[in-house]
Design a protein around this ligand. Structure first.
Ligand code: TYM
Length: 377
């Protein structure tokens, strides 16, 4: 699908144009995350996460209700996922890092869905065997984010189908084709697998409740591209005797080129957790910045951090210290901080991050199966 730079498109399969997050709150009918809610999360976590402080997570539905259940000593659950079509990039890690924060704060079980079926159906050139093998590869990244063993249940839609199909079927009976068409824009030329798939992504909202035979409030941390699924799910939840799932929505980490989110379909503009530090550094040094065309002009006029992806990486992930972040911003605006230096500093931080993350990812191979969903006894 082609799109000019200005038109905003945010769907589970495409994010392009300039994303206006305030507009999405209105269009999707969600609520802005309030200071009070942020402070509540901070209270149970013991600290205010940088992603909250900086409004990376910015919107929600029923988060207040989900937290109040926890406060009333009710068990609460978490659900998030991944479409395993390739290696994991830094953008995917954003919601997972935040999910770990929530898991620790609320002592919640996490159901983590690997939608190898979805990616096989969507991607022309991806074989089913490749998608399934990415399920296990990507699971290493999930574990490397620090999810708790015994409280994290990863599953593959294809390989673990016996554990999810019955519930998926019950969900699918409540969603009409016209709803699926209206929400996801399916057309007659789409394959029929795709039109059924949303039932499985919706299903996981109820999986913990179904397995434990009690209604457990479910919260989904994810970027806002996944929201159409939750609108459909919320409409049918009560018909099936479950609570409506709550959501907390994140913003998109941009790619290394101008505009758009980090996307695996443009590998030269994304940093993957499996990139060697040297390759990552090369990508960073070639990135789009908010700097001027020449050093002379940059010194005279200063740069623009608002449109700079290098600054965005500091902001989203790589500079947690607000004071240091401000120094980068001010240095850029005044023209004292040159893009080359700013990129090199970021490259160093990303290199350190990758070395550490890759060690954790390697270690995750030792007990990968301990994180996978088992049949309920
Ligand atoms: P997928 O694999 O496209 O994305 C996985 C998660 O990463 C988020 N995300 C991003 N976040 C910030 N910046 C980015 N550049 C960026 N790109 C992707 C997505 O919002 C998502 O949270 N259909 C889903 C798989 C899925 C799922 C779920 C995701 C099944 N159940 C429940 C979230 C919650 C998919 O293909 O995600």
């Amino acid at each position: 699908m082609s799109n000019d730079k200005k038109t905003m498109i945010v769907t589970p399969w495409e994010v392009s144009g300039e994303v206006d997050y305030d507009k999405l709150i209105v269009n999707f009918g969600t609520n802005k995350l309030t200071e009070e809610l942020k402070q509540k999360m901070a209270k149970y976590a013991g600290f205010l996460h940088p992603q909250l402080r900086r409004d990376v997570f910015f919107s929600h539905r029923d988060l207040d209700w989900w937290i109040s259940n926890y406060e009333n000593d009710k068990k609460v659950g978490l659900y998030t996922g991944r479409g395993p079509s390739g290696d994991v990039h830094l953008g995917h890690l954003l919601p997972w890092i935040f999910t770990k924060y929530l898991q620790d704060a609320f002592d919640a079980d996490l159901y983590f869905q690997m939608t190898d079926d979805e990616k096989f159906l969507v991607k022309e050139n991806l074989t089913l065997e490749q998608a399934i093998s990415y399920t296990y590869e990507n699971a290493l990244d999930v574990i490397a984010c620090g999810m708790k063993v015994g409280k994290t249940f990863i599953f593959s839609d294809t390989e673990d189908i016996a554990q999810i199909y019955k519930l998926g079927l019950k969900v699918s009976k409540k969603i009409t084709l016209s709803t699926a068409k209206a929400v996801f824009g399916f057309t007659d030329s789409d394959n029929i697998g795709l039109t059924w798939y949303p039932a499985l992504q919706a299903m996981t909202c109820f999986l913990q409740s179904d397995r434990e035979k009690q209604n457990i409030p479910c919260l989904i941390p994810a970027a806002i591209d996944q929201d159409p699924y939750w609108r459909v799910t919320r409409d049918i939840a009560e018909k099936l005797g479950f609570y409506k799932p709550a959501q907390i929505h994140g913003k998109f980490l941009p790619g290394l080129q101008q505009g758009g989110k980090m996307s695996a379909s443009q590998p030269e503009t994304a940093i993957f957790t499996t990139d060697t530090p040297e390759i990552a550094l090369k990508k960073v040094m070639a990135a789009f910045t908010g700097g001027r065309e020449t050093i002379k002009l940059h010194k005279e006029l200063g740069g623009n951090p608002e449109i700079c992806n290098i600054y965005a990486y500091y902001y989203f992930l790589f500079e947690e210290d607000d004071k240091k972040l401000y120094e980068i911003e001010a240095g850029c605006r005044s023209g004292n901080l040159m893009c080359g230096e700013c990129k090199a500093r970021l490259g160093k931080k990303i290199k350190e991050f990758l070395i550490d993350f890759q060690k954790k990812r390697e270690k995750a191979k030792d007990n990968l199966q301990d994180y996978f969903l088992k049949e309920m006894k």
